[in-house]
Ligand binder design. Structure first.
Ligand SMILES: [Cu+2]
Length: 382
């Protein structure tokens, strides 16, 4: 996770002042507690000494036309913080062991960070990344979730785990104003891959701004071993400015309600899984992708260009045998799937939502596979 930024402090403060006034309006219309607004305005007052220009200095934008695998979402220099979650940062398999109590620490943080090579956005995150950290437990484990809302947050946050049986998935127990910390525990009774997300109203806004992640509840014996595992989540970003705009972009509540995002992303921002964190593997390795949709609104038709899924755990269910030989898997908003495949020839395989207009709005990921050519499987014949 880089922490470098080329945005000046003054510019950032200016952006925060503008954003908070919009946010105060939004939060007011959504009926949030005045206490939250008070904290937000106080935070703005502390930060809001007169800024200069709101311009963000970014490298020039390249809207290269070409094949999907060649399309350049080039990010020569980061424009600010980066919230992209490294897709290879997956907790190790648990496998067979007795149930335990597992502590999960989540901190909700609001950070202005790179949206693409020319724009930034004020993301709301779990632990500073989008998606938030992947949690991995075993069926029968007791999970203790500790949620802290950072001191400098403007909003209330909480967390709803879809793996929970109980009110709000834990949301009611973890409603935290800025600076607060709360906890709850649950027994992970159902194996599978589940989404978690913030559920403070308007929930769609908290999710669109980046507040989602996944928890894998392994079955008693774990999942079959594979060579590589990746963690990928799809999301939408609703900005007032059109796709490709420059500077600090602002969220748009009307577009959110109309389900018309400007950006579709994998792991948080445009280019997160291409230039920033391209996935890497070798020919013959078995690859598993934990794929989820944070949304908040759009279903994904998840597909890897140039591959066929050998096995798909539909809807993230691991208590049924996986489907075999699948081209594209439908993943609902707030849902997940586990896909496995084995690349047989080297090259660049591209993760997409096969609603392919979304590629033009930022959604793509690269899996670069190295190894020996296998002409029997694939070869150009002129
Ligand atoms: Cu939230």
């Amino acid at each position: 996770m880089t922490d470098s930024r080329t945005v000046t402090q003054e510019n950032r403060d200016e952006g925060e002042r503008i954003a908070v006034s919009r946010r105060a309006l939004l939060a007011g219309s959504a009926g949030l507690a005045l206490g939250t607004l008070g904290a937000a305005q106080e935070a703005a007052a502390q930060h809001g000494h007169g800024g200069t220009s709101g311009a963000v200095h970014a490298a020039s934008h390249s809207n290269a036309v070409g094949s999907l695998s060649q399309r350049a979402y080039s990010v020569p220099t980061p424009v600010s913080n980066d919230i992209a979650h490294d897709p290879s940062a997956v907790p190790p398999p648990i496998g067979r062991r007795e149930p335990e109590t597992i502590r999960v620490d989540l901190e909700t943080r609001e950070v202005e960070a790179k949206l693409d090579q020319r724009a930034t956005f004020r993301y709301w995150t779990f632990n500073g990344t989008v998606p938030g950290p992947m949690v991995r437990v075993r069926v029968g484990d007791t999970v203790e979730v500790h949620l802290k809302n950072a001191e400098d947050s403007w909003m209330m946050h909480n967390v709803d785990f879809h793996a929970v049986t109980g009110p709000g998935g834990g949301a009611e127990a973890t409603n935290c104003a800025p600076g607060e910390e709360k906890a709850f525990k649950f027994k992970a009774r159902h194996p599978g891959l589940y989404v978690y997300h913030c559920a403070v109203p308007p929930v769609a806004m908290h999710m669109a701004n980046g507040m989602y992640g996944m928890i894998l509840v392994e079955p008693e014996d774990g999942l079959p071993p594979v060579d590589r595992e990746f963690y990928v989540m799809q999301g939408e970003i609703y900005t007032a400015e059109p796709f490709g705009s420059e500077g600090l972009l602002t969220e748009d509540y009307d577009k959110l309600l109309n389900e018309r995002p400007e950006y579709f992303v994998l792991n948080g921002h445009v280019g997160a899984l291409t230039d920033h964190y391209p996935m890497k593997a070798s020919v013959g390795e078995t690859i598993r992708i934990f794929f989820g949709v944070g949304g908040p609104n759009h279903v994904s038709s998840f597909h890897v260009i140039g591959e066929i899924f050998d096995r798909v755990y539909i809807n993230g269910s691991v208590t049924q045998p996986p489907q075999t030989d699948v081209q594209t898997v439908v993943v609902p908003a707030g849902g997940a799937a586990i896909v496995e495949f084995q690349p047989e020839v080297p090259g660049r395989y591209v993760l997409v939502d096969h609603s392919l207009s979304r590629v033009e709005r930022g959604l793509a990921g690269w899996l670069d596979v190295e190894g020996e050519e296998n002409p029997e499987v694939f070869s150009e014949i002129g």
